[in-house]
Design a protein around this ligand. Sequence first.
Ligand SMILES: Nc1ncnc2c1ncn2[C@@H]1O[C@H](COP(=O)(O)OP(=O)(O)O)[C@@H](O)[C@H]1O
Ligand SMILES: [Mg+2]
Length: 358
Amino acid sequence: MPSTSGYLQIDSLTKRYKEGTAPAVDSVSLSVDEGEFLALLGPSGCGKTTTLRMIAGLIDPTAGTVKVAGKDITHAPVYKRSVGMVFQSYALFPHLDVKSNVAYGLQMRRVPKAEITTKVLEALELVRLGHLADRRITALSGGQQQRVALARAIVINPQLFLMDEPLSNLDAKLRDVMRNEIRGIQQRMGITSVFVTHDQGEALTMADKIAVMSEGTLEQFGTPSDIYERPATRFVAEFVGQANLVEGATFVRAGSASMIELPGAGRLAVPRVSGTQLNGATAMIRPHQLQVRSVARDGDIPARIRSSVYLGDTIQYEVEAGKNILKVQMFADGAPALAVGSEAAVGASTDCVHFIAA
Ligand SMILES: Nc1ncnc2c1ncn2[C@@H]1O[C@H](COP(=O)(O)OP(=O)(O)O)[C@@H](O)[C@H]1O
Ligand SMILES: [Mg+2]
């Protein structure tokens, strides 16, 4: 589906590194509005970096187009594009100090010296590194180097801010801090951004739009809630969060009640369903949308506890319901966990069950 509007438009973008081999990126189309934050999400090798580098002009596409603000830049050289890029490895100049690293892009663009000094300091303040302007790169921590790389990318006030797994070399705590900082800077500057990650949590928390990729193709493009609540494919359902996928499920309406018939397990009452094909499709139920209890309520299905794992705030159960093995995530409320092997009941909570078309 070609996109007809949007600030960044990618149409049928394709990269084949070697003739006769499968394309690394296969006819990807999407478009995002000005100021939006797009996450390219998928497992290693699915074509995220290749896509980002085609947008940056570092890789020449085999087919398809890239447009920014209505202008076709598909084959424009990097230096003619207005993009700021942050690489996974940071790619800083180790022999230069912090301010010279940040100044680089402005010098290349022949910006007057006085203006460079002001802009570099502004960018360094934005990433909270104003006090380290004269430090050598080699005397910085990983997190500080990351901030220099961010400052260097945004100092030119680019049309596009492109980041390739920029947080993957940081420890978990710093990663959380930098997530918020990047998102904050991006929103304050209103800068259209593309962020590559294999971390679904990162994509869900940071992005306005997510493009989920697998083996070079676009599996789904949408908002974080589209992706999480209404996955288009089994791949998306399983890659983004945990999912129970029950094949051959059927939607049944009995009076005002909605139920889904789970093969061999009976009819489970559900508050809502979504999806276009409701019969014989795959029902996706997130573990937190299910509950186990020792005494069955109306609309529950019988189940047997297979395992339980206590995680502090939650208890994760695996239960057998007919031929299905379901994952159930319950808030730990202080009550003892249901015993492994015991008979129990499973019910669905207030969220909806989503049907993925076969
Ligand atoms: N320069 C290259 N030459 C040949 N194949 C490449 C090259 N770069 C990447 N690939 C292949 O293209 C596919 C996508 O790679 P990449 O875009 O780096 O994926 P990701 O960033 O999602 O991990 C992989 O199969 C990878 O091996
Ligand atoms: Mg990559």
